[in-house]
Design a protein around this ligand. Structure first.
Ligand SMILES: N[C@@H](CCC(=O)N[C@@H](CS)C(=O)NCC(=O)O)C(=O)O
Length: 212
């Protein structure tokens, strides 16, 4: 039995898609981030970074979205959420998952929490604008990588696609160029968001259309 802690549309969304795809029993536990529940002692015992999400597998908490996704894919190989170990496709999946978490997600964290990047709060708007530009550059690269492909790393959808859809969604309110407007990102998002398990995750998190 798993427990996934998170809040609507936050970084728990991709693991939520994975759990719905796998079909193993799990409980979604809502963390009230508005009242800073994720900074409280009870939550910090599960995830000492004070961020969402955290997955509890049995008694063991695992934090970091990409690690949770990889763990779920490993635990349920029959779900085919990662290419087989030792294949070139697996290497490509590692490449993109780490890029998504290490570069794209980092740009988003600067976009959503710009005040944390600067000592002078007056500079926060400028940080946010720069983060949107940086995310846009990274999405241009992802759009190229998707040319001629249905899924980012394999011939079937997997955790990397779930992570990409979640990050595509996070840019839906960009002032300039939301990622969905890029041709391949847009079709990838539509394709992934049409999967029944993904639809269930969106709906269970109470997310209303447009999803990305
Ligand atoms: N690298 C971490 C980042 C987690 C993260 O920053 N989560 C955001 C939500 S998407 C969060 O906890 N925000 C609340 C806060 O920072 O106070 C992961 O992927 O798990």
């Amino acid at each position: 039995m798993y427990r996934l802690y998170g809040n609507s549309g936050m970084a728990n969304l991709a693991p939520h898609m994975a759990l719905e795809t796998i079909g193993a029993p799990y409980e979604m536990v809502r963390v009230d981030t508005a009242s800073k529940e994720h900074q409280g002692a009870t939550y910090l015992r599960l995830n000492p970074t004070g961020r969402v999400p955290v997955l509890v597998d049995g008694e063991q908490p695992i934090f970091e979205t990409a690690a949770i996704l990889l763990h779920l894919a490993d635990r349920h190989p029959d779900a085919g959420l990662m290419p087989p170990v030792g294949t070139v496709e697996r290497g490509l999946a590692y490449q993109w998952l780490i890029h998504l978490t290490n570069s794209v997600q980092v740009a988003y964290l600067a976009y959503y929490y710009p005040e944390r990047q600067v000592a002078d709060a007056a500079l926060a708007d400028s940080v946010r604008q720069a983060a949107e530009v940086r995310a846009g550059e990274l999405f241009d690269l992802l759009d190229k990588a998707l040319a001629g492909r249905d899924w980012l790393t394999a011939d079937r959808p997997g955790i990397v696609d779930f992570m990409l859809l979640m990050l595509t969604r996070w840019g839906r309110n960009f002032a300039g160029r939301p990622p969905r407007l890029l041709p391949n990102i847009g079709t990838h998002a539509a394709r992934t968001a049409a999967l029944p398990a993904v639809i269930r995750a969106f709906e269970q998190e109470g997310l209303t259309q447009p999803w990305y």
